[in-house]
Design a protein around this ligand. Structure first.
Ligand SMILES: Nc1ncnc2c1ncn2[C@@H]1O[C@H](COP(=O)(O)OP(=O)(O)OP(=O)(O)O)[C@@H](O)[C@H]1O
Length: 250
């Protein structure tokens, strides 16, 4: 198990936003976290990625206790995160967005990366990464001009520049057209199948989650109410009841 969450809890005032959450994520799998609005999914992500400290419990990545690590330290250890709002620089070309992330990873200062050899190395790696996510033909386009689905692909490319082993994605399909959702879903599958990455996704599109995921953790009122492969989740009475007033349409 590449990621283990054991008893993570976080309260805001009297509200237990995450309450004794436990689950484990298998290496090279797509693992989704779903649940109705306010179930605690984003807070759980924030706890795992060091954005906020837990009250109690632990998270381990590759058997190393990463509880309370900073996001920077986690990224260097191979755990990356993409956000619901893209983190791209819209005024810059697509390839330059990826090049910036590579330079950040390498800690290459401006003086050094201006040397010709380094610039070529970074450009070559950026091209490789863009080819992986299907953006090679758009390398010179202004990032802000890309269609929504391709902007998300660029976000993923920026994540890949950190050479992660695990990527946590916060609602990667939010606000997208059907076509864009398919583009991003294929990309997520490619990350697992071609690159052997582990992908943990928080996502509201339950139909897509059912299709994509190897395993699904369901949260309600801060607690994990089910943790199983999609087929079992579909038939789970507690999950159906949690979604009774929501949009469980799978
Ligand atoms: N910083 C905060 N201060 C106070 N309450 C918070 C804070 N962050 C989250 N909460 C509360 O904790 C609960 C869980 O919120 P969280 O955003 O984690 O749920 P979620 O499952 O991600 O919801 P959604 O699907 O709507 O994004 C909610 O009741 C929310 O209002």
């Amino acid at each position: 198990m590449i990621l283990k969450v054991e008893g993570l809890s976080k309260s805001f005032g009297g509200l237990k936003a995450v309450n004794d959450a436990r689950f484990a994520v298998a290496e090279a799998s797509i693992h989704s976290i779903i649940g109705p609005n306010g179930a605690g999914k984003t807070t759980l992500f924030n706890l795992i990625t060091g954005a906020i400290p837990p009250d109690s419990g632990t998270a381990t990545f590759d058997n190393v206790d990463i509880t309370r690590w900073t996001p920077d330290r986690l990224a260097r250890a191979g755990l990356a995160r993409t956000f619901q709002r893209t983190s791209i620089f819209k005024e810059l070309p697509v390839d330059e967005n990826v090049a910036l992330a590579i330079r950040a990873r390498e800690g290459i200062s401006r003086a050094v990366w201006q040397s010709r050899g380094d610039a070529q190395m970074v450009a070559a790696e950026a091209r490789d990464i863009l080819a992986r996510v299907g953006l090679d033909s758009r390398a010179n386009a202004k990032a802000g001009d890309l269609a929504h689905g391709f902007q998300r692909a660029l976000d993923i490319a920026i994540g890949l520049a950190l050479k992660p082993r695990l990527i946590l994605m916060d609602e990667p399909l939010a606000g997208m057209s059907r076509g864009d959702r398919e583009t991003v879903a294929s990309l997520i599958t490619m990350l697992r199948d071609t690159l052997g990455l582990t992908v943990v996704v928080v996502e509201h599109d339950v139909g897509m989650v059912m299709r994509l995921s190897d395993r699904i953790t369901v949260m309600q009122h801060g607690a994990v109410i089910a943790d199983a492969p999609p087929d079992e989740i579909r038939d789970n009475a507690a999950v159906r009841s949690a979604y009774l007033h929501g949009s469980f349409a799978a």
